[in-house]
Design a protein around this ligand. Structure first.
Ligand SMILES: Nc1nc2c(ncn2[C@@H]2O[C@H](COP(=O)(O)OP(=O)(O)O)[C@@H](O)[C@H]2O)c(=O)[nH]1
Ligand SMILES: [Mg+2]
Length: 308
């Protein structure tokens, strides 16, 4: 694969090149820099929204509606869907996805699913690379759909400028979210499926959360399936990233770049050690099992290999 032409294609906003570039960074962790290095100076412009919530909450439907609404205002929108349980499915949405993919240059919406399987924690890195690719390709806004907290998940806080947490009334979903710690990452609460019973109860729970945690996270009510409430939500989202606390977003970005650099080191270090240690680790493991050596001692030994 000719990396140079992929990079050029990305910078010329060529959809095929964008798709190839994302596949490349997904599949080639040790070579992702070949794509990211030459495009990096063209990044930093796109605003990134995380859309997080339990499976079935309506994230994909909502993401679809938000993307269209932002696009209608004249912006290019990239969507990265990371949701192992329901990868951008749901009747109409899937149909739209195919349509949007094929017309993406016309419509200014590009949708991409990213696999979580087999990424072994490299998903955050790959996702950040994908954000750079879309950013360098001139997408103004990037929406990332993810189920949020969970081992294989993207740590969305480390990727996005603003996080929407999607909740649905009934089914004790509110309580589940509270337990899962998803509430802590919210910049905006979206109560979706407001055509259902239990909306008032959920809003009471969210208000209570705001009170006890001394926060003032705005609460929006939507029906993603028919678009109700989307306009108000999008207005608010765009307003915050365009006119909101610039320092806050800048500070988040600094923290994220730091995190990203450490992530890259982590991935590279483990790769290098794996390569250099050859049989050492497997030979030594039995020694650790029998308590002849401690995990710290073995780690120390392996770290020495990094500097050799
Ligand atoms: N009644 C109702 N159903 C919705 C709403 N939003 C989404 N759904 C449905 O909920 C199901 C799951 O939606 P989906 O967007 O795939 O959820 P995700 O797993 O969070 O991405 C689909 O059948 C949607 O049509 C809503 O506001 N009201
Ligand atoms: Mg989904």
């Amino acid at each position: 694969m000719d990396i140079d032409s992929i990079v050029k294609g990305v910078l010329h906003q060529n959809i095929r090149s964008i798709a190839k570039a994302i596949t490349f960074v997904e599949n080639n962790p040790s070579k992702a820099h070949l794509i990211v290095n030459p495009i990096f100076e063209k990044t930093g412009n796109a605003k990134v929204f995380g859309i997080t919530g339990s499976p079935g909450a309506g994230k994909s439907t909502l993401t679809d509606k938000i993307a269209r609404m932002i696009n209608r205002k004249g912006f290019k929108v990239g969507v990265i869907a990371i949701d192992p349980s329901s990868p951008f499915t749901g009747g109409a949405v899937l149909g739209d996805r195919i349509r949007m993919n094929s017309l993406s240059t016309v419509e200014g919406i590009y949708i991409r699913s990213m696999a979580t399987r087999g990424m072994l924690g490299g998903l955050n890195r790959a996702c950040l690379d994908a954000v750079d690719i879309l950013d360098a390709a001139g997408f103004d806004y990037i929406l990332i759909e993810t189920v949020g907290v969970g081992q294989d998940e993207v740590d969305i806080v480390k990727v996005s400028d603003l996080n929407l947490v999607v909740l649905v009334p009934g089914m004790g979903d509110d309580i589940q979210a509270l337990k899962a710690g998803i509430m802590e990452i919210a910049d905006i609460f979206v109560v979706n499926k407001c055509d259902r019973n239990g909306v008032d109860r959920l809003i009471t729970v969210l208000n209570h959360f705001n009170t006890v945690s001394e926060k003032d996270i705005p609460i929006f009510q939507t029906i993603a399936t028919n678009g109700k409430g989307i306009e108000e939500l999008v207005e608010y989202m765009l307003n915050v990233v365009q006119k909101g606390n610039k320092e806050d977003i800048a500070q988040r970005r600094v923290e994220r770049l730091k995190y990203r650099i450490f992530k890259i080191i982590q991935e590279k270090a483990v790769d290098t050690i794996n390569e250099k240690s050859k049989g050492f680790l497997s030979d030594t493991l039995s020694n650790v099992v029998s308590r002849g050596k401690t995990p710290y001692e073995v780690a120390e030994k392996l770290m020495e290999l990094l500097c050799k």
